[in-house]
Design a binder for this molecule. Structure first.
Ligand code: SF4
Ligand code: SF4
Length: 372
C-alpha cells in the first residue's frame, strides 16, 4: 500500500520553487507507446510479454496519441520521445511516427533495435528522427541473451544496428551496467563508443518496477551492482568521474544539508516535460508513479494536467519525522538517487529512505574524500 502525500503549498517563500513554477514551459514529452516487449530483460522496470493481450487492449490508439500531441504542441512542445517497452512492436508505429513528424515535432525513438527492418530504415531516411537510442546489453551472444532472456535477440539487434548504420541514420548507444553483463563492461563501452563518437553513457543504477511486481523486483535487486563496484566503474570512466568530482564535490556540505523548503520535488520534473503511459496516464517523469502523482487523461486533458495538476504535485510536502531527520537534511543527497519517485518505488513511501541508493551515495562520497 502506498502512503498518501501531504498536498499543500510550502509555507513561506522559497525562491527556487517559485522560480521553477514561474519558469514552467512545456518543451518536450515522452510517449510510452506500449509496455510490451519482444525481450524480457532481467533488469527491466516496465516490460510485459509481447503477446499480452490485456496490455495491448489498453494501449492508446493513434488518434488518441495525435490528440495528446496536438495539445502538447499548443503548450509549446517541440520534441517528442517515443519509447516503450519496445515501440516497434506496435503495428501502427510508422503511422504514429510520421503523424508526429508532420506536426512539426522533433522525434527521438528508443528501441532495442531487434525489430528494425528495411521499411523502418526507409521511413527514417524519408523522415529523419532527431535520434535513435539503443541500449547495448552485451557484445557477445551469451551475455546479451543472458540479459534479454530471448534467444536470437543478439543477432537481431546487431542486424538492426547494421541496417541503421549502413543507411547513415544517427544512432546513440548506451548501456546498463548490471550483474549479468558486468564482466563485459569495458567491451560494451568500447563497442558503443566506436559507433557513437560523441555520445555514450552507462547507467549502473537500476530502479524498481512500475507495476511493483515483487518477483520481478527481486530479480532487479539481484542484478544491482554493489556500491563498491559502481564506484570502481565510475572511476574507470574518466569523463564520468571528472563530472562527478566537478558537479558533486562542492555540494557535499560539512554539516546537515540545508533543504530550504519542505517540498518533496526539488528537481525539474514537470517543469518542461511530461510522460504519457501506454494506457494514457499523465506523469511528471518516467519514475514518478505514486497514485497521487498520476493523472488519468480519460477524465481530463493535457492542458488541465499541465496547468492545474502539476503545480499541485510539485507542492507536495512531508513532515514525517524519519524523513526530516535523514534525507531531508542529507549532506550528500546530490550523490544519491534519492527523490520522491525512487523513494516511493523502493519503500512504498515518497519520503522513505532508499537503503541501496544510500549505500551507493556513501561509497561515492568516500571516493570523493568526504568524511562524516
Ligand atoms: S529491451 Fe528494453 S523494454 Fe525490452 S525488456 Fe529489455 S529493457 Fe525492457
Ligand atoms: S538515502 Fe541516504 S544518501 Fe540518499 S538522501 Fe537519504 S540519507 Fe542521503
Amino acid at each position: 500500500m502506498t502512503t498518501p502525500l501531504v498536498t499543500r503549498k510550502p509555507l513561506g517563500s522559497f525562491d527556487l520553487w517559485e522560480t521553477m513554477e514561474k519558469g514552467r514551459g512545456c518543451v518536450s514529452f515522452t510517449l510510452e507507446l506500449t509496455a510490451r516487449c519482444n525481450n524480457n530483460c532481467r533488469h527491466c522496470y516496465i516490460n510485459l510479454p509481447a503477446g499480452d493481450t490485456c496490455a495491448r487492449e489498453k494501449e492508446l490508439s493513434a488518434e488518441q496519441i495525435f490528440a495528446i500531441a496536438d495539445e502538447a504542441v499548443r503548450l509549446g512542445a517541440i520534441w517528442c520521445t517515443i519509447t516503450g517497452g519496445e515501440p516497434l512492436l506496435r503495428p501502427d508505429f510508422a503511422g504514429i511516427y510520421v503523424g508526429l513528424k508532420r506536426k512539426g515535432l522533433l522525434v527521438s525513438v528508443l528501441t532495442n533495435a531487434a525489430l528494425i527492418n528495411e521499411s523502418h530504415v526507409e521511413l527514417f531516411r524519408r523522415y529523419p528522427p532527431r535520434d535513435i537510442e539503443v541500449t547495448v546489453y552485451g557484445v557477445t551472444r551469451e551475455t546479451y541473451e543472458r540479459v534479454t532472456r530471448c534467444p536470437g535477440s543478439f543477432d537481431a539487434c546487431m542486424r538492426g544496428l547494421d541496417l541503421l548504420h549502413n543507411a547513415g541514420i544517427k544512432v546513440r548507444l548506451k548501456a546498463m551496467a548490471i550483474r549479468s553483463n558486468f564482466h563485459e563492461a569495458e567491451q560494451i563501452a568500447a563497442f558503443s563508443r566506436a559507433r557513437t563518437k560523441d555520445y555514450y553513457r552507462f547507467d549502473p543504477l537500476l530502479h524498481l518496477r512500475m507495476d511493483r511486481d515483487p518477483a520481478r523486483n527481486a530479480e532487479i535487486r539481484q542484478e544491482r551492482l554493489s556500491p563498491e563496484e559502481i564506484v570502481a566503474l565510475e572511476k574507470a570512466d574518466p569523463e564520468r568521474s571528472e563530472s562527478l568530482k566537478k558537479n558533486c564535490h562542492e555540494y557535499i556540505s560539512d554539516g546537515p544539508g540545508d533543504p530550504g523548503s519542505d517540498i518533496l520535488i526539488t528537481c525539474g520534473a514537470g517543469t518542461s516535460s511530461f510522460v504519457i503511459s501506454p494506457d494514457g496516464k499523465f506523469r511528471l517523469c518516467e519514475s514518478l508513479n505514486h497514485p497521487d502523482c498520476v493523472y488519468d487523461l480519460a477524465n481530463g486533458s493535457i492542458e488541465d494536467a499541465w496547468h492545474r495538476f502539476i503545480p499541485k504535485v510539485r507542492a507536495m510536502t512531508s513532515c514525517r519525522k524519519e524523513y526530516r531527520e535523514t534525507c531531508h537534511v542529507c549532506p550528500i543527497i546530490n550523490l544519491c538517487m534519492w527523490c520522491p519517485a525512487h523513494a516511493d518505488l523502493e519503500t512504498g513511501m515518497p519520503d522513505g529512505q532508499t537503503e541501496y541508493f544510500c549505500r551507493v551515495a556513501h561509497a561515492r562520497a568516500a571516493a570523493l574524500g568526504y568524511k562524516k
